[in-house]
Design a protein around this ligand. Structure first.
Ligand SMILES: Cc1cc2nc3c(=O)[nH]c(=O)nc-3n(C[C@H](O)[C@H](O)[C@H](O)COP(=O)(O)OP(=O)(O)OC[C@H]3O[C@@H](n4cnc5c(N)ncnc54)[C@H](O)[C@@H]3O)c2cc1C
Length: 520
């Protein structure tokens, strides 16, 4: 055997599983197809700036390590300290519907007060709902999915409040159309409303660097630009992991576009990989998704049906402005969730993009620990040595994003429609959607469009190309594998398709699969 465990994918769940296993002396190798770790929550360069791919907020914020909170569990299991994450709490967020608005902070009592003011006859039942969620099982193993809408209807009689509560939960982690699993709702409710939003001071690279250092410090091996092409299965066991040969995938999430029309053009060409190398391990953990893992296997018993890829995807615009949104544009929210209709439609749209609802995030609007320096990030230990993959040159480090304004806009999008556009039509649609999405946000941030200096957008097609997630399904398949066990005895699924999403959720997922399926 080459290894005790091979982990496919160096996203958050794969790294967390790796840290745990290496800590307990297992010979572990993580295989990552890109040159940089982090998967859906990585970072990339955009016109000389380092930008987070996905980060709006880290959920599950606690002011200090609190026993039994998910974040504390993650830190304890990974042997990290609370201060390592340098978390900066949100300022204030908002849910905006045509008839009413609700604001919330990291203080749950603030939301209760808002509901008491805006929905006076609902507040008692809202509190009963919140109480019931405290005792709710996170992921009932193998249990039947319960409709969140049904449960909410049994507590609350105002349909508008139900829609307003569902909106942030769905945007931040639901893989089903129109409804969601109540267990998933419960996890997200606690992680967003009871605990709250924060941002690591330096963004995702700070967390990723910590995770890689910890993993390698524990003796784990990380092989980047190493794509798994096939899992050879014999008698219900993966016997060999076959790597792809040829060009590795590029590292850039999306092609940046300066407002003057110049493409950032920093897509990295991959190195050559060893042709078709085969590796052996006792256990394989895959973080790339259930249908995606299934597609790699030479054999898989499908009597229970084939795993179906998710359908829900998004476009995400990243706008850099020459002014700070709170100071000059009057936008003080950290995150704003909106719907133009009182019934919130969470579904694959009939058009490439559905602008009738969305998320507006302003990474500047956190309570940062100190004034963020405009100086180059010299001395920061981010280099090809400390974080494997594409080194970041001094030039790419020369602009600190948070000294400029940043607005991120998210909308639901239709993968199939984006996927069938030819190259020119795709470019035209992308430009059009970027403009329309920024225009839409003007309702909340008047004057935004005139202050954009650099902009970028990624589409469902970008998500699929970059992560391999079919249909660009950010939250994976709707049919989660809650215990991570597949029909193949030594193959386990961790991460998004185990049913845990978000930064803290997927870290926990990797930890739980390492613990349950390998260590204990
Ligand atoms: C736009 C966007 C915004 C988001 N915002 C937030 C947020 O604000 N807060 C939050 O908490 N969460 C957010 N998320 C969700 C969060 O990023 C994900 O839930 C989490 O990162 C998923 O981690 P994972 O380990 O399950 O999977 P992934 O991140 O998908 O990791 C899988 C890894 O496997 C690699 N891989 C794929 N195929 C192969 C192969 N064949 N061989 C080798 N490697 C392979 C991929 O390159 C990837 O690195 C966001 C996601 C997106 C896309």
């Amino acid at each position: 055997m080459d290894y005790d465990v091979i982990i496919i994918g160096a996203g958050l769940s794969g790294l967390a599983a790796g840290i745990r296993l290496a800590h307990f002396g297992r010979r572990v190798c993580i295989l990552e197809k890109h040159g940089r770790v982090g998967g859906l929550n990585s970072y990339y360069t955009l016109a000389g700036r380092i930008m987070d791919v996905g980060l709006h907020a880290m959920t599950n914020y606690v002011q200090r390590p609190v026993k039994s909170s998910p974040l504390t569990r993650v830190l304890r299991q990974l042997r990290l300290s609370y201060d390592d994450f340098q978390l900066c709490p949100q300022i204030i967020s908002r849910i905006s519907f045509p008839a009413k608005e609700l604001q919330f902070t990291n203080d749950f009592a603030f939301l209760v007060q808002e509901i008491a003011e805006k929905f006076p006859n609902q507040v008692d039942n809202f509190l009963k709902l919140a109480d019931s969620l405290h005792g709710y099982d996170d992921l009932p193993q193998g249990g039947k999915s319960v409709s969140a809408r049904q449960v909410l209807n049994s507590f609350l009689s105002d349909p508008l409040l139900i829609e307003m509560l569902l909106c942030p939960m769905m945007f931040y982690g639901n893989s089903q159309e129109n409804d969601m699993d109540f267990a998933q709702f419960s996890i997200l409710f606690r992680s967003i409303f009871n605990e709250g939003f924060a941002r690591p001071q330096q963004g995702m690279r700070q967390i990723l660097q910590l995770l890689v250092e910890k993993y390698q410090g524990n003796g784990g091996e990380l092989r980047t630009k190493c794509e798994v092409q096939k899992l050879h299965v014999c008698q219900d066991q993966v016997v060999e992991v076959q790597l792809a040969g040829g060009e590795a995938a590029g590292d850039q999430m999306a092609g940046g576009q300066a407002s003057g029309g110049q493409a950032a053009g920093d897509r990295a060409a991959g190195d050559r990989m060893p042709d078709g190398q085969r590796l052996r391990a006792k256990t394989i953990i895959s973080s790339i998704g259930l249908p995606e893992t299934w597609a790699l296997c030479s054999h898989w018993d499908t009597t229970q049906g084939e795993p179906r890829p998710g359908e829900l995807s998004f476009v995400e615009s990243i706008l850099i402005t020459d002014v700070l949104p709170s100071q000059s544009l009057g936008f003080e929210n950290t995150i704003l969730f909106y719907s133009d209709t009182d019934h919130f439609h969470y579904r694959k749209p009939d058009d490439p993009v559905d602008l009738s609802s969305g998320v507006v995030c302003c990474p500047n609007n956190y309570q940062f620990r100190e004034q963020v320096s405009k100086e180059p990030l010299s001395g920061e230990p981010l280099s090809s040595e400390s974080l494997p993959g594409e080194p970041l040159s001094r030039e790419t480090m020369s602009k600190e994003p948070l000294s400029e304004g940043i607005i991120r806009l998210t909308h639901m999008a239709n993968f199939d429609l984006w996927n069938k556009l030819d190259k020119d039509a795709y470019r035209i649609w992308k430009k059009h959607c970027l403009q329309e999405s920024a225009k839409k946000a003007e309702r909340f941030i008047p004057g935004l469009s005139q202050h954009i200096v650099v902009q970028d957008m990624f589409t469902p097609k970008t998500v699929q190309r970059f992560t391999g997630r079919r249909n660009g399904a950010v939250y994976g398949t709707a049919n989660k594998l809650s215990d991570g066990r597949t029909p193949i005895k030594n193959l386990f699924i961790c991460g998004t398709d185990q049913g845990w999403v978000g930064i803290v959720g997927t870290l926990l997922s990797g930890i739980s699969i390492a613990n349950k399926c390998v260590l204990y």
